[in-house]
Design a protein around this ligand. Structure first.
Ligand SMILES: Nc1ncnc2c1ncn2[C@@H]1O[C@H](COP(=O)(O)OP(=O)(O)OP(=O)(O)O)[C@@H](O)[C@H]1O
Ligand SMILES: [Mg+2]
Length: 293
């Protein structure tokens, strides 16, 4: 689980350079640069609204920047055509909030989606892979259920099985443990780490949860808010972040992690809607249709 030191000669898996994103007059990402190396569990943290999910959507290619460059596996994705981007996503595992399981499909059909979309495996083989993935996350016997019939922790594990269905070399995850209690959070973190290490995946994860940050992170960046909106205000190993001199970093680590003083519910609703829509859009209608047949 060691992360490759950034001074090594290895090519980064992801290289973001001077990324800027405006929404109307609002500058949400403001000159973001970082590199992610093979084997990293790269954590993006920061207060509510600082641009974490927006940054992740740029890495997945569902958003295009105002300016700047994003290279994934050495390929510039900001100018990539939609069909090439869709193909590249076959190498991505994607894990979002619970709302992102498609409610009209069973748990097994959800896990089958990436296989239907990105492989030519026949139905029997897909079934075998789905069973194996469900077993790895402890959901044997639950494949026939709808997402509404299983618990929050089980939904997260089903989403993990789906994210890892293709044994992806690169996994993106936005608040994978949002809404779980501390024990279930630790369970899902541990399972995610074990399974991603098993397939040798590099992981990029957005989280608010400080326990998760330091439990799983090998390298961490923090985005700022207010005058530092959308800028990287800290970057380093877990120890470097723990010892960071910036009071905003210390306050975030030790206190009010929402950083917004509010209950965050309006933002949460907005975010879930946005992510839900975006993730649903990641699978084609034909994949959704065939996984049901
Ligand atoms: N499609 C969009 N159109 C307009 N504004 C947007 C859009 N997407 C995000 N924003 C704005 O960008 C800012 C950053 O949003 P984002 O969801 O990336 O924050 P976040 O860091 O993920 O917050 P949270 O921790 O609450 O999930 C917010 O002010 C949000 O309103
Ligand atoms: Mg977010």
């Amino acid at each position: 689980m060691s992360s490759t030191p950034p001074d090594s000669a290895a090519e980064p898996i992801i290289e973001v350079d001077s990324l800027v994103r405006h929404f109307g007059k609002q500058t949400v990402l403001n000159g973001v640069s970082f590199k992610v190396y093979a084997g990293d569990t790269f954590v993006i943290m920061g207060g509510s609204g600082c641009g974490k999910s927006t940054l992740l959507r740029h890495l997945i290619g569902t958003e295009k920047p105002t300016s700047g460059s994003i290279k994934v596996f050495g390929q510039e994705i900001t100018t990539m055509r939609a069909d090439a981007m869709q193909k590249l996503r076959g190498r991505y595992g994607m894990l979002f909030q619970s709302g992102a399981l498609l409610q009209s499909l069973t748990v097994a059909e959800n896990v089958a989606l990436p296989l239907v979309e990105h492989t030519r495996l026949d139905a029997g083989l897909i079934d075998t892979v789905v069973k194996m993935k469900l077993e790895q996350v402890g959901l044997t016997g639950h494949g026939h259920k709808k997402p509404s019939e299983i618990s929050g922790g089980m939904k997260k594990r089903a989403a993990l099985a789906r994210a890892l269905a293709l044994d992806p070399p690169l996994v993106f995850s936005d608040e994978p443990t949002a809404g779980l209690d501390p024990i279930m959070t630790a369970v899902v973190d541990e399972l995610t780490q074990r399974l991603t290490q098993k397939i040798g995946a590099t992981v990029v994860v957005v989280t608010h949860d400080m326990n998760s940050v330091f439990r799983i992170g090998t390298r961490i960046i923090m985005l700022g808010t207010g005058a530092n909106q959308g800028r990287v205000i800290a970057s380093g190993t877990p120890d470097e972040i723990r010892g960071h001199p910036d009071p905003a970093v210390q306050q975030f680590i030790n206190g009010d992690p929402q950083g917004d003083g509010g209950d965050g519910s309006g933002e949460l609703l907005y975010r879930e809607t946005l992510l839900g829509l975006n993730e649903t859009g990641l699978y084609s209608r034909s994949a959704i249709h065939s996984s049901q047949s």
